[in-house]
Every structure is written in structure tokens, then in C-alpha cells.
Design a protein around this ligand. Sequence first.
Ligand SMILES: C[S@@+](CC[C@H](N)C(=O)[O-])C[C@H]1O[C@@H](n2cnc3c(N)ncnc32)[C@H](O)[C@@H]1O
Length: 293
Amino acid sequence: MALPQVEGQVRARPFLKWAGGKAQLLAHLQPFFPTTYRRYIEPFLGGGAVFFHLQPAEALLSDSNESLVEVFRVVQRQVSHLIEALDRHQPHAADRAYYYELRAADPSDMSEVERAARFIFLNKTCYNGLYRVNRKGRFNVPFGRYKYPPLVYNLENLRATAAVVAGATLLVADFAETMDQARKGDLIYLDPPYDPLSPTANFTGYTATSFGRGEQERLMQAFKAATERGALVILNNSDTEFIRSLYRDFAMVLAPVAGLRRAINSNPAKRNGVTELVITNFATGFSQRPAGR
Ligand SMILES: C[S@@+](CC[C@H](N)C(=O)[O-])C[C@H]1O[C@@H](n2cnc3c(N)ncnc32)[C@H](O)[C@@H]1O
């Protein structure tokens, strides 16, 4: 199922910082992944933490963020040129003026390699690795505060990443379009923008459009349609009444969020902060109804 590891090569891991990155939750997600499946499909790619964890032999990866997908494509097809461009940026990783100048530069005037290098540089040096754009679609996150100049990229990792994504299909697409391509035996992993725990917790910084309840409902419809076609589907989301009721016909368990207390708090308000839902359309050893609602 997984790609064979090339001897002497590091195991590729995410090369971007991405909000909602699943790296910390992976240990808890691992038992949910089936050992055999046909094609791996990840329609909310982001930094791709789960893809890098599984390293499937056949993958369809997509995201609605066009700039993000372009970066993956450049890594896939032009990694050496990308490395040269990143090497020109690296000496300026602690330079505030350089950051703002590069942020202000118009990416449409650049080659795709230059655009990808700019994206990676800004991602590593901006505040918290956030991705946020203004109404005109221009990246507007401020310069980050780092004790040491951030490493913009890791050479071995970027080369290993190019090898891991070599055979993957990369698309700029809405999740529904990607999920439509799923067939019997495929595995779809869904990590959408989460349903906010409170109205004020609404985080909509990923793209120019927000992901509201209408989008969560549309996702549930796509989840059902893929289920009817025989695909295996795993979804993460926040533990809210709304998400529980949307997926009431499916198996769901609570997964503790790494770094926080494991115990499920008896007070639902507190519990919300420490657990998330993992919803599957197939039986896992863990499938049960979560207690408390
Ligand atoms: C929570 S992040 C995924 C994080 C990822 N699992 C990781 O490990 O970094 C959600 C992603 O969904 C993308 N997204 C938002 N709305 C979308 C849509 N309608 N269709 C496809 N992707 C979308 C965002 O661009 C963002 O990259």
C-alpha cells in the first residue's frame, strides 16, 4: 500500500506550516486507517500531514487554495530549481524589510518556481505560519517573531517530498469535485475547516471564502454519496452538536487532541477543547457512540 522507503533517504514530512495541521493528532488517527485500500484521496490537503504519514502508492490530492497546490506541483516537477530559488531567500529569513517587500511583490509577475519559493519563504517567516488573504486575494499575514532565523526549507526533506509526490495527482478543486472521483475501495481522508466551537471562534482565514454550516452540510452529502459508491471515508471535525447530528448515521469516536489532558471532561464546555470527532463510514475497532450527548 505505502511507497517503499528508498534506502538512505529521509522519510518525507510536511514542508509547510499549516493551520489545523494534523501532525499532533496522527498517533490517535493511526488506528482508524485501513491497511488495504485502492487510491488514497485527500480533498483538504493543506500541509498534507496525513498524506506524508501514510505515503500511499497512489494518491489524488487537492485543495481549493490554488497557490498551495501550485507549490506542491513545483516540488513535484521542478524541485532543483525551487531549491535554488529558496537558497536565494534563506539569508533573509530574519529580515523584516525583505519580508514585506516580498509580500508586496505581485506573484502574477513571477515564474511558478519563484511564486512557490515566495510562498514557502512567507509561510516559514510569517506570524505563526498562518495563511490569510485580503479581499483581493493578497497574502496579508505580518512578519513573525522568531528567536532564531527560521529554516526556510530542509534539503533532504524537500528532495524526499519530491519523490513521495512524484506519482500523485494534484488538483485545485472544491472538495465535492474531488470526492466525486472516489470509487469502490478508495480511501478518502477529510480534514475540513472545523465547525467553530463558539460563534467567536470562527476561523475563516484559509481562503477568500469561508466554510460555514452550509459547506459542512454539503460535505456531509458528499460523504454520503462516496459511501454509496463504496469508498472508505474518514473525517475529523470539532465536537459540536451540529456535527454530531449531521453524521448521526455514522460511526464516531472522540479523539483526544495531543498535548492536552486525555481525560474526557464531564463538563461538555471544557471537553470541547480537548477532544475532536473522528467519523468513519466503516467499522473500526473503536466504533461506538461517544458518550455525553
Ligand atoms: C484544516 S486545513 C487541512 C489541514 C491538513 N490536514 C494538514 O495536515 O495540514 C483545511 C484545508 O481546506 C482547504 N479548503 C477550504 N475550503 C475548501 C473547499 N471548499 N474545497 C477544498 N478545500 C478547501 C483550505 O485551503 C485548507 O488548506
